[in-house]
Write a protein that binds this ligand. Structure first.
Ligand code: ARG
Ligand code: ZN
Length: 875
């Protein structure tokens, strides 16, 4: 079944009030739903009430106190249709269902994770609990009563505020929760079990006290401190940056170990993948700390962007997700280093969203069609969705953007809104027409800008010729012209901005060229000397650039651009160009040679004390093999890509041996551990230097020392990666892997790192290692974190292993995806996207990849989730 945006219409019925009673038991939980149902004005009394279900068993159905006659309704596991509806506009519907949380391995609806009852309802999991109008435009006030055996579940949580709790007979007890804010069913949550609690409190800007709780597996309380701190900082930041104040008396977060995604913003009761809550220096890397901070913030920020204002339908998913990602990005930028954060965001966007946009799964930020909504929680909806919001701010300026956001909160609080509503508040706040800009929501594909420049010293004129094009994407062959805000700078030989007297050919304001036509010839007058052009500063638009630029300018900008992002970008472009050239040399059977000014520049950046260590670390991180492959675009031989990257790394290491090694020694940190951004940056720099030094003589011993002397997980995991990847099979690597396993065998989240590191060892032999690891006691096919760490890492982050020339990586992939699918279709579908760029491979691998996809497509009883991905990928 295909769902279409244009088919949207409001339902005939509403459910203003929902009363739920759960009697929890692993195999047979009773759910009694007492619903106040209202017919919309103007709807005929004969209109049937059609409720969604998913695999439900109906035990009882009553209206206004009377059981329904068999002739008055039809029940299947997936639908409850009430054909005879009371003539009164409002009535009470009682539905009793039975569900089995213990056997629920899809991790949607009500399930058990390590003996804790928990729920995941977004997008359509509520219908696995009871029959309902399970769509985001049906808002209801929930009261929830949970009954459970006290020994099994001493803790009973749901959305909103606690109302009452007491003992029942026979060792049972109950608690009642009430959430005064009307919400869609996807925000419902329930947690019951035996959990450890960490408490704190927060006083909001208007002086209300909020009780904060983070619930974790008993004994892990000491690992929740960083998350709690991040939560309080998020609450304060949202007040200051957006005027958003928290609205309930309690805010709870629960960490569970079986979770399909990162986390979920259920009203007043966020549920998290424990990987994004638990951390200390011994077990978590700096990247883990940064992710925890960002995700805690993200889910908290949803309270306004997602919960108070929700989505009319799932086509509008980016309304809450793109906006909330933008908000969490800004939060992290304010808490850490803005430039470093921006570079990291762009790297992520290019690594995940660009390939999506440039392959068979491309879709607009706001899609018009879907078969399975779970497959649209994508980098396009989230990350590109965030970039679109950022562009609105760039176009309007900070103040007008904020005025638009205020209008959004004022006008749409309590509503289920659309992207059109969102764009309208910014049009109204600014008086500008944003209709052409809105194409960013509606049109898929990464726009490209072709830019060339000329300088005429006689007429003192500098000219930029800019042409836009948007490549065709599936089902959108012709594209309309977009409004692209291109931030730029003209940089003089002294590194200072070059002044110009006037400009024509495009609107240029506040350092931004507004591209609206196919082609602009932008003329700057009064420019005596040829400047270097810095383009797409701060990554003002998510586009690709084809620039005719002299290598001298590129080197100049990499050393002198005043915009930190563009400076990083310039160096990254130099590296990419060198890698692509090396790739071609390798294919042509020639040795790769690299210019000494490139390797010198790498050294200069590494040692530049005026730059933050975190920034230097990012600059020195070579484009990944996947980045290089994407930039080459077609006919990819992953082995040649790998060799080109190794060759450049070795060239940089060799040319800077002394410098890197001095710097490495100098960066030792004797202070007490702190997860703050500056300390993390120093570790990042030291660890990337280790990565280079490990390629030189004695590099293996150095890495082994680094591993054994590490006092935190960041350093330990970095050294283990270097040993396992660069010195695969060496006694040092074998010993380090064994030591790590011995120490952390009982800590699944740390063992995930151990699985990841081994799954990403380059080379054809890794598929055998990964096969063997699927039988290791640290691995489980039922746990999404384990599956992603081992199988996901292998298939999406191991180019030479997964794309092994004989196709064995793909065969393993087919078998495993189908095995995961039996339990968890959502996770299987996500795994299957690893082959989305199969058409850019060289012909031999391409044929084998296609076979693998066909083998999945032809499997019996394929889930809707997996079928949707595989069929779209094959087209
Ligand atoms: N709304 C969650 C977040 O971004 C993601 C939930 C996705 N769940 C799913 N089943 N697709 O914060
Ligand atoms: Zn979200």
């Amino acid at each position: 079944q295909v769902f279409k945006l244009e088919d949207y219409r409001p339902n005939d019925y509403l459910i203003p009030e929902t009363n739920l009673t759960f009697r929890l038991s692993p195999q047979a939980t009773r759910v009694i739903a007492v619903l106040t149902v209202e017919r919309r004005g103007g709807v005929s009394a004969s209109a049937p009430l059609v409720l969604d279900g998913d695999g439900l068993t109906l035990l009882r159905v009553e209206i206004d106190g009377r059981p329904l006659e068999p002739a008055d309704y039809m029940a299947t596991p997936d639908q409850l249709t009430i054909t005879t509806v009371p003539a009164t506009p409002r009535f009470q519907l009682v539905i009793e269902t039975e569900v089995a949380p213990a056997g629920n391995e899809t991790l949607m609806g009500l399930y058990r994770s390590s003996n804790v009852y928990c729920t995941q309802c977004e997008a359509e999991g509520f219908r696995r609990i009871t029959y309902f109008l399970d769509r985001p435009d049906v808002l209801s006030v929930y009261t929830v009563r949970i009954e459970a055996r006290r020994d099994e579940a001493p803790l009973l949580l749901s959305n909103g505020n606690p109302v009452e709790s007491a003992d029942l007979t026979d060792g049972w007890h109950y608690a009642v929760w009430h959430d005064p804010f009307p919400k869609p069913s996807y925000l419902f949550a329930l947690v019951a079990g035996d959990l450890g609690k960490v408490t704190d409190s927060f006083v909001t800007m208007s002086g209300r006290k909020v009780e904060l709780g983070i619930y974790v597996e008993p004994g892990k309380e000491m690992l929740a401190g960083y998350a709690m701190d991040a939560l309080k900082r998020s609450m304060r930041w949202d007040e200051e940056a957006f005027g958003c104040e928290y609205d309930l008396g309690v805010f709870n977060i629960v960490a569970v170990s079986d979770f399909n995604m990162g986390a979920m913003e259920n009203k007043g009761l966020n549920i998290f993948n424990d990987k994004y809550v638990l951390a200390d220096q011994e077990t978590a890397t700096d990247a883990d700390f940064a992710n925890i901070e960002a995700i805690i913030a993200h889910e908290y920020f949803h309270n306004w962007t997602g919960n108070r204002i929700t989505c009319r339908d799932w086509f509008q998913l980016c309304l809450k997700e793109g906006l909330t990602v933008f908000r969490d990005h800004e939060f992290s930028a304010d808490q850490r280093s803005r430039a470093v954060k921006r570079i990291a965001e762009v790297r992520t966007l290019r690594a995940h969203q660009f390939p999506e946009d440039q392959g068979p799964l491309a879709h607009p930020v706001r899609p018009r069609r879907y078969r399975e909504i779970n497959n649209f929680y994508t980098a396009t909806v989230y990350e590109k969705g965030s970039e679109v919001v950022r562009m609105i701010r760039t176009i309007l300026g900070d103040e007008t953007f904020r005025a638009g956001m205020n209008l959004y909160f004022e006008r749409h609080d309590g509503q289920a809104a659309t992207i059109e509503d969102f764009i309208k508040v910014f049009e109204d706040a600014s008086g500008r027409d944003l209709q052409q800009f809105a194409l960013w929501y509606h049109q898929a594909g990464t726009p490209n800008l072709t830019v060339s420049s000329t300088h005429n010293p006689g007429s003192r004129e500098f000219t930029l010729e800019i042409e836009q094009s948007v490549p065709p994407t599936p089902s959108e062959s012709r594209k309309r012209l977009m409004h692209i805000p291109l931030a730029f700078g003209l940089v003089g030989a002294d590194g200072e901005p070059v002044a110009y007297s006037s400009v024509e050919g495009a609107t240029v304001e506040n350092g931004v060229i507004h591209i609206r036509k196919r082609r602009h010839v932008v003329r700057f007058s009064g420019v005596a000397e040829r400047p270097a052009v810095s383009l797409n500063r701060g990554f003002s638009a998510p586009v690709t650039l084809s620039v005719e630029q002299k290598a001298d300018d590129q080197f100049f900008l990499a050393g002198h651009d005043s915009d930190a992002f563009s400076r990083w970008q310039a160096f990254n472009t130099i590296l990419t160009d060198a890698l692509i050239a090396a790739f071609r040399q390798i294919l042509g059977g020639k040795p790769s040679v690299f210019a000494s000014r490139l390797t010198d520049l790498a050294g200069k950046i590494a040692g530049d004390e005026t730059l933050e260590p975190a920034y230097r670390a990012l600059a020195l991180a070579l484009p990944s093999e996947a980045d290089i492959a994407r930039d080459i675009g077609k006919n990819i031989d992953p082995d040649a890509v790998f060799r080109s990257r190794e060759a450049l790394a070795l060239a940089i290491a060799t040319a800077n041996k002394k410098l890197f090694s001095d710097l490495y020694d100098h960066l030792v940190d004797d202070d007490a551990f702190s997860p703050d951004a500056a300390s993390a940056g120093r570790r990042a720099l030291r660890n990337i230097l280790l990565d280079y030094l490990s390629l030189l003589p004695a590099g293996r011993e150095l890495a082994a020392d680094h591993f054994h002397s590490a006092t935190n997980m960041t350093d330990r995991a970095a050294a283990l990666t270097v040993l396992a990847h660069r010195h695969h099979g060496s006694p040092e690597a074998i010993k380090a892997l064994a030591d790590f396993e011995a120490v952390y065998a009982d800590d699944p989240l740390v063992m995930d790192k151990w699985l990841q590191i081994q799954a990403s060892v380059p080379g054809p032999q890794t598929v055998d290692t990964v096969r063997a690891l699927t039988r290791h006691s640290a691995f489980s096919m039922a746990n999404p974190n384990r599956v992603r760490s081992l199988i996901g890492t292998f298939s999406s982050a191991n180019q030479t292993g997964f794309h092994r020339a004989d196709g064995d990586g793909y065969r393993f992939f087919t078998e495993t995806v189908l095995e995961v699918e039996k339990r968890n279709p959502q996770v299987a579908a996500r795994l299957a996207t690893a082959l989305r760029s199969w058409r850019s491979l060289e012909p031999g691998r391409q044929a084998k990849a296609r076979e693998a996809l066909l083998a999945i497509a032809n499997a019996e009883n394929l889930s809707a989730d997996l079928r949707d991905i595989v069929e779209r990928t094959l087209v």
